[in-house]
Design a protein around this ligand. Structure first.
Ligand code: DQA
Length: 142
C-alpha cells in the first residue's frame, strides 16, 4: 500500500485554538482524518513536529510514496534543510498553507520550499489539504 506522508511543521499542533480567525477551527487531528478519508487505499503517515530535523527524518523515512502534503508552517521562510530533503523526495509533493500567506505580513510572502514543490495551495483553510490529494498523480491512479 503506497504511503502518503502528511507533514506539518511548528505550531500546527495548536490548530483549533491558534488564531482561529486566521487558521480556522479545525484541529490537526481533524485534518489528518480528512486526508485519510480522501485517500482510501493509502497509508497516511502523519507527522507534526516543532523541530525541522524531525520533518527531515520523516522525509528520509518515506517508503513507496503516492506523494506528500507538506505544511511547513514558519519553516517556509528559512527551512533550508527541509528544502534540501524535499528536493530528493521521489514523488510529487504539494505545499499547503491554511492562510493566504500573500495577503499577510511581508515576511510570509516568500517560501524557500516552493521551487521544488509540484504545487502550492494557500488560503483555502483546512480544505486546502483535501484539495491537494487528487492533485497527486498516484492518488488519482488509485
Ligand atoms: C502557515 C503560514 C505560515 O506563514 C505560518 O508561519 C504558519 C502557518 C499556514 O498554514 O497558513 O505557521 O503555514
Amino acid at each position: 500500500m503506497a504511503e502518503l506522508p502528511l507533514l506539518n511543521g511548528p505550531n500546527l499542533a495548536q490548530l483549533g485554538r491558534r488564531r482561529p480567525e486566521i487558521y480556522g477551527t479545525t484541529t490537526l487531528t481533524g485534518i489528518e482524518e480528512m486526508v485519510r478519508k480522501a485517500v482510501p487505499g493509502h497509508t497516511v503517515r502523519a507527522v507534526q513536529d516543532e523541530c525541522e530535523g524531525a520533518l527531515v527524518r520523516a522525509v528520509h523515512a518515506a517508503g513507496d510514496c503516492a506523494g506528500a502534503i507538506v505544511n511547513p508552517g514558519a519553516l517556509m521562510m528559512a527551512g533550508w534543510s527541509l528544502r534540501d530533503a524535499l528536493e530528493s523526495f521521489p514523488a510529487p509533493w504539494i505545499e499547503v498553507h491554511l492562510s493566504n500567506v500573500w495577503a499577510r505580513e511581508e515576511f510570509r510572502h516568500h517560501s524557500v520550499l516552493s521551487p521544488p514543490a509540484s504545487g502550492v495551495i494557500a488560503g483555502l483553510g483546512a480544505d486546502g489539504y483535501r484539495v491537494a490529494t487528487p492533485a497527486l498523480p498516484a492518488t488519482i491512479e488509485g
